[in-house]
Design a binder for this molecule. Structure first.
Ligand code: B12
Ligand code: SF4
Length: 481
């Protein structure tokens, strides 16, 4: 039995546009969901994982499979449907799972033979058996898995062309920020895999560098932190010689022992959501952990960096409290905090989030011709109406934010500081150049976006879904495209 597991591409996601910017080669990440599914697949199935981010293959030249499994974030849904339609036209059954299938079940169910909602561990073996016996069901609900005894992911199945391997050590996040899907999808209960399993799986990863995909690596409660310390001790003791990066909340900085152990275990970078430069913005998104009294972000960042761990900070443009000037404000605050990299995104109502419910009820979702418009749900396009920013303003704020933070003098200052402190200056330089080169790619993308929106409006002049469309005309922020 032959199984294809496919990760569809979305050419609008700038970080995977390797041909436009060679620095992006370092930012194409492994699709762990498919490696996990492969690990759950019995040996009678011959598995091929296709990651279209490395280039979409000519499927017609490939042998006909017995089943196709497709994963998709919302931004990949369109391409997922194209791939599904192709294989279904050959009579090959197609199953789709992942976050988009879970949040938009009805839409997906119309376009594939079977949908898996939730985490696949409890239903995948049954689904494969049903396929073998020609009784594939239209829907399987995996719910939330017991991760105490997970089969290890198949790290051997993808080509050795990735800069980073990938692993997951926990699932779920108790914080439930209003724009984020994680708590709805993986739950508020923080589930941690047994440390011995994690160490064993880490050892099976070929790449020297690894992305730990956990949404919140150390958790928030003392018992979460204690377990994180145990994990780091075990990783250090196993002497794996791996370097890894992870996502965490700012409380990561609050415990010196935790930081020292993380660094000893190979932690070299951490991605932290700062979300907004103002307390009002933090209230709006519900990021209470960032609002804790006496929180000094600059001191927190410095504490992490002292352990030779780079800090990438994420901010959002488009909150109700954001006014013109927010882009420069974010760039200034990010520099003041001393961040090594800045990742700024548009406020985006993702299906299944509280923000989606709110914006939908206020009729503020402007790119809403689904499934077509899902391709813009990459957090790099303004897809909704913002309170104090027109769509054009929002783009201008984004471009000016990135131009300011990634100006050459600022990059050189950061890299020089990292050189002086012997804090991974080369990685810092590559990261900064990658983001800087994407400003050009993004401007081109915004210009194409503007053109496409104009065309679609012309074809459907009665559409009420394009307020502010003319604002895209001749905008100075796009003139460098
Ligand atoms: C790692 C990661 C990335 C990596 C992607 C690596 C890759 N190639 O997969 C990078 C950094 C590139 C990335 C990028 C983006 N990401 Co991201 N990412 C994640 C993260 C943190 C972990 C995903 C992961 O690997 N989980 C581990 C695996 C094992 O879990 P899983 O994917 O859920 O898979 C399980 C089930 O979903 C199911 N399943 C999944 N696929 C399939 C397929 C079949 C056939 C079946 C049966 C079952 C099944 O079974 C699996 C095992 O239980 C998630 C958060 C999260 N918790 O999911 C966000 C998340 C998926 N990302 C998100 C977003 C928004 C993005 C971006 C659009 C924006 C951005 N700038 O971050 C881009 C878009 C990328 C694109 N190509 O379109 C959102 C997606 C929400 C949505 N509705 O789409 C999430 C949920 C975070 C959030 N804040 O809400 N991301
Ligand atoms: S944004 Fe981060 S902290 Fe907030 S709910 Fe999502 S994963 Fe948790």
């Amino acid at each position: 039995m032959k199984l294809y597991l496919i990760n569809p591409s979305n050419p609008l996601v700038s970080i995977v546009n390797v041909s436009e910017s060679r620095w992006n080669r370092y930012r194409v990440w492994k699709p762990l969901s498919l490696m996990v599914l492969a690990g759950l697949t019995p040996p009678q199935w011959e598995i091929q994982i296709v990651d279209e981010n490395l280039g979409a293959p000519d499927y017609s030249a490939m042998p006909r499979p017995d089943l196709v499994g497709i994963t998709a974030f919302t931004s990949q849904a369109n391409r997922a449907y194209e791939v599904a339609a192709y294989f279904r036209s050959l009579g090959v059954p197609v199953v789709m799972g992942g976050i988009h299938a879970t949040m938009c079940l009805d839409e997906v169910a119309e376009r594939v033979d079977s949908v898996v909602t939730g985490e696949a561990e409890s239903v995948w073996a049954e689904l494969l058996e049903d396929t073998q016996h020609g009784r594939l069901k239209h829907r399987y609900d995996g719910g939330r898995a017991d991760i105490n005894d997970l089969a290890p992911a198949r790290h051997d199945l993808l080509p050795a062309r990735y800069a980073f391997g990938a692993i997951q050590t926990t699932r779920g996040c108790p914080l439930n920020c209003n724009f984020c899907s994680v708590t709805t999808f993986n739950g508020a209960q923080y589930r941690q895999r047994p440390i011995t399993d994690v160490v064993r799986e880490f050892r099976s990863i070929r790449e020297k560098r690894v992305l730990v995909v956990d949404d919140n690596l150390v958790g928030t409660r003392p018992k979460h932190i204690a377990r994180a310390k145990d994990l780091f001790r075990a990783l250090a003791q196993a002497n794996l010689r791996k370097e890894w990066v992870a996502q965490a909340t700012i409380n990561f900085a609050d415990d010196e022992e935790l930081l020292a152990l993380a660094a000893k275990a190979g932690c070299r970078g951490v991605f932290i959501g700062f979300e907004s430069p103002t307390p009002e913005g933090l209230w709006e998104v519900g990021k209470k952990i960032n609002l804790m009294k006496n929180r000094d972000f600059r001191a927190s960042v410095r504490r992490i960096q002292r352990h030779n761990i780079l800090v990438v900070g994420s901010f959002i443009i488009g909150l109700d409290v954001d006014e013109p000037g927010i882009g420069q404000q974010i760039a200034a605050v990010a520099s003041q905090y001393g961040l090594d990299n800045l990742n700024t995104l548009f406020l985006t109502p993702l299906p299944g989030t509280r923000l989606w419910d709110q914006m939908k009820s206020e009729d503020r979702i402007t790119l809403n011709t689904f499934p077509d418009d899902w391709k813009y749900y990459t957090l790099t396009f303004p897809v909704a109406q913002y309170k104090h920013l027109s769509l054009n303003d929002a783009i201008q704020e984004m471009v000016s934010c990135n131009r300011s933070f990634y100006s050459l003098p600022r990059i050189l200052r950061r890299v020089w500081s990292n050189l002086c402190h012997r804090r991974q200056p080369l990685i810092s330089l590559v990261g900064n150049l990658s983001y800087r080169s994407n400003i050009r790619v993004d401007c081109q993308t915004y210009a194409n976006f503007r053109q496409q929106r104009r065309d679609s409006f012309r074809h459907n002049p009665n559409a009420t879904t394009n307020p502010g469309l003319n604002e895209y005309e001749n905008h100075p922020a796009l003139s460098h495209a």
